[in-house]
Design a protein around this ligand. Structure first.
Ligand code: SF4
Length: 496
């Protein structure tokens, strides 16, 4: 079984410092993300109306979220009318109980699963295990993570941190009849195929996630690359789909927009290889019983935040992970959350509560690359800054909170200084004095605690005067009929 994430994650800086020591991990990640980035850039460049498509994707997701309650009720009506069953789970525990009871009701003590981040978020596999039910992952990357007793490190490629040799060793140790498998990708795929095929044919219950559901038709959609998902969705007698409530889309047309954006953004493909759509049940075709479990687990709380709610637009393409310089170096496991990278840094603290993951909004350089690639235009840097503000406000000023002490006090001090002209001018003078010290030679720079690494490798030029000084001189010069002084600092209006 895959390893569990800690309920309260370690501080991101500490976890990142640990994973940064792993040069093999950095090499695996750098190799994989560079290849995916190049592929994505190529196929996105082929679409002349890509920006318009992004706008439409963002609008479709916003339409869904704006009247979420109505879309969900309509979805329930449609699914039920077409022979499916809908269950509502306000939290993780309820979702676990619903799924465990449904599986027990079938009499099976085994399920096959197709990749679902939500079931990981809900810790469904451990809950099933506690109930004596074995859950077998069927997505190849999820299988590697499960067999290795590992944790996933990427939304789309959960085993991105593993190379071929590591996967070969995991298969040799855990799969029956795979003692001699080589590290050739075809051999590895064949070993997994032989193992999974037997399960597809035998196990009567499947659990799936969902990429989307269309309210107006009651249709559920799963996209994937290997076809293993399609086997899960069609072969077993009972299909249980676990879906976050934010995944609903109002119309079929909205689904079309998302399906145009998703494969190019995620795997860098023009079209994903397998798109499975099903609507209720059809006698003689596919599962005889279909259950849709609609899960809240913090989503309505996120929806209540006017800035943070944009994170719910996410279609889990992982493009933001693949361009993030922080993710590329630390790897996904440093985030200690189901959702790593930029989207994890804004989604996890909101879903779990800021107090359980307070350092994640700082796991970013704010370079903006994530916003540039996001197919549904989530302004991740804006939400990161917003969450930083919330963490700073909400954590305990006594110093118990992760950022409370230093950051809150410094922000308060800055607020006091900026609200008084005299204090502000005095602070500017003090700042220039400080710079003089920093520029006072290597000895002085090296002596600055915490800044020596920065100042040793960068120039830190001292401005010749403050903007206010320059402005006063300029106005005085005008009054005397002189030209403004030439040695002005760069400032507004200089080019005019
Ligand atoms: S935030 Fe945007 S780029 Fe990142 S996974 Fe979600 S949809 Fe993709």
């Amino acid at each position: 079984m895959s390893a569990r994430w800690p309920t309260v994650p370690e501080d991101f800086p500490k976890a990142a410092a640990r994973t940064l020591q792993d040069s093999q991990l950095r090499s695996n990640l750098g190799h994989a993300t560079t290849a995916i980035r190049a592929k994505r850039a190529g196929v996105v460049g082929e679409v002349p109306d890509w920006e318009a498509l992004r706008d439409e994707g963002a609008a479709a997701r916003d339409r869904a979220l704006r009247r979420l309650d109505e879309h969900l009720v309509l979805l329930e009506e449609r699914v039920t009318a077409l022979g499916g069953h809908v269950h509502w789970a306000p939290d993780k525990e309820t979702a676990q109980r619903i799924v465990v009871d449904l599986v027990r009701g079938t009499g099976s003590d085994e399920v096959i699963k197709v990749k679902s981040l939500l079931t990981d978020e809900l810790e469904l596999n451990p809950a099933l295990g506690d109930a004596g039910i074995t859950a077998q992952e069927t997505d190849l990357a999820e299988l590697i993570v499960q067999l290795g007793g590992d944790r996933q490190s990427h939304i789309l490629v959960p085993a991105i941190h593993r190379n071929r040799r590591e996967i070969r060793d995991i298969f040799r140790e855990t799969l029956p009849n795979a003692e001699d498998v080589s590290d050739d990708p075809a051999d590895l795929a064949e070993a997994a195929r032989v193992h999974l095929r037997e399960q597809f044919l035998r196990v009567p219950v499947a659990i799936s996630g969902a990429n989307a559901a269309v309210a107006e038709t009651g249709t559920v959609a799963v996209v994937e690359s290997e076809g293993n998902g399609r086997m899960c969705l069609t072969m077993p007698k009972t299909l249980i789909t676990v879906m976050g409530i934010e995944k609903v889309l109002p119309t079929w047309e909205d689904l079309g927009t998302i399906l145009r954006l998703l494969p190019r953004s995620s795997t860098g493909e023009r079209m994903n290889p397998y798109t499975s759509l099903w609507t209720g049940v059809t006698p003689g075709d596919g599962p005889e019983e279909f259950h849709l479990v609609l899960v809240d687990a913090g989503r309505t709380t996120v929806l209540a935040d006017p800035v943070g709610r944009d994170a719910l637009r996410c279609i889990r393409c992982s493009a933001c992970l693949n361009v993030c310089p922080v993710y590329e170096r630390t790897g996904g496991q440093a985030y200690e959350s189901i959702y790593p990278g930029p989207i994890g840094a804004i989604l996890t603290p909101q879903l779990q509560g800021l107090d359980t993951a307070p350092t994640l909004p700082w796991a970013s350089s704010l370079c903006g690359a994530c916003y540039e690639v996001c197919p549904v235009k989530i302004d991740i840097p804006r939400i990161l800054v917003h969450l930083r503000g919330r963490v700073t406000e909400e954590t305990d000023a006594s110093g118990k909170g992760h950022h409370a002490g230093a950051e809150r006090l410094s922000m308060r001090a800055a607020g006091r200084v900026m609200s008084s002209r005299r204090a502000y001018e005095a602070a500017q003078k003090a700042g220039r004095l400080g710079l003089t010290f920093v520029q006072g030679g290597r000895g002085a720079r090296g002596a600055l605690p915490g800044l020596s690494g920065w100042t040793q490798s960068r120039d830190l030029p001292q401005p010749e005067g403050s903007f206010r000084d320059w402005w006063r001189q300029r106005e005085a010069g005008r009054a005397d009929g002189d030209a403004p002084p030439g040695a002005a600092p760069h400032g507004p209006g200089e080019d005019a």
